[in-house]
Ligand binder design. Structure first.
Ligand code: E4P
Length: 217
């Protein structure tokens, strides 16, 4: 499963990329609104850092507006994936942009039929929002399972990108279900890096080693 960072923060991305586990980045208007720099400059810099797919979302709500904005976003860098919300207009825009050869990530997916329709119009990725479903007492991971199962019956070439991840267990479940990609906030990736038993074990190994070295002198 590919791991994307769900962030527009360059410092967070810079600190995670050297780990070697990062395949791409997703941004959205809310994430980029938190940053001071120009959004296009941020997207460009992220593309240079990750050298992998970087989702940049349109803010137009009509298909012609989404299409022209998507074309402009795609000009920023070859790694840009145009992110389009799942709406009637978004479907039209996804079809048009995909037909032009641009990669589209259809976002704000909350049902399997939405994912199916997005795949039919050529989306490169569909993004089911797991955490936001959990927030309203629905089963977000069950949606990922349904989409993975549905897509396995066909040959769409659309990747299931599990989004709105809230913790390490979401990552694990997405991988066990066969999601192609999981996009995680930096804090969730950081949480996967830590385990108290690893820290205790390492402290013990190093302590034992030092004691043995001292005894040899
Ligand atoms: C996906 O691409 C979105 O940016 C993101 O996962 C939304 O997550 P949230 O529900 O934590 O805002």
């Amino acid at each position: 499963m590919k791991i994307f960072i769900d962030s527009g923060n360059l410092r967070d991305i810079e600190s995670l990329v050297p780990l070697g586990i990062i395949d791409g980045v997703t941004t959205n208007p809310s994430l980029l609104a938190k940053e001071k720099d120009d959004p296009r400059a941020i997207i460009k810099k992220i593309c240079q850092l990750v050298q992998g797919p970087v989702s940049a979302e349109v803010v137009a709500t009509d298909a012609p507006g989404m299409i022209s904005e998507g074309r402009e976003l795609a000009k920023i860098d070859e790694h840009v994936v145009v992110k389009v919300p799942f709406t009637r207009e978004g479907l039209k825009a996804t079809k048009a942009l995909s037909d032009e050869g641009l990669r589209v990530n259809v976002t704000l997916i909350f049902s399997a039929p939405q994912a199916l329709f997005a795949a039919k119009v050529g989306a490169a990725y569909v993004s089911p929002f797991v955490g936001r479903l959990d927030d309203i007492s629905a089963n977000g991971m069950e949606l990922v399972r349904q989409i993975v199962e549905t897509f396995s019956q066909y040959d769409f070439g659309t990747e299931v990108l599990a989004a709105s991840m809230r913790g390490p267990l979401h990552i694990l479940e997405a991988a066990r279900m066969g999601a192609h990609v999981c996009t995680c906030p930096p804090a969730v990736i950081e949480a996967c890096l830590k385990h108290p038993l690893t820290d205790i074990g390492l402290k013990q190994f190093l302590g034992d080693w030092e004691k043995a070295q001292a005894a040899r002198v």
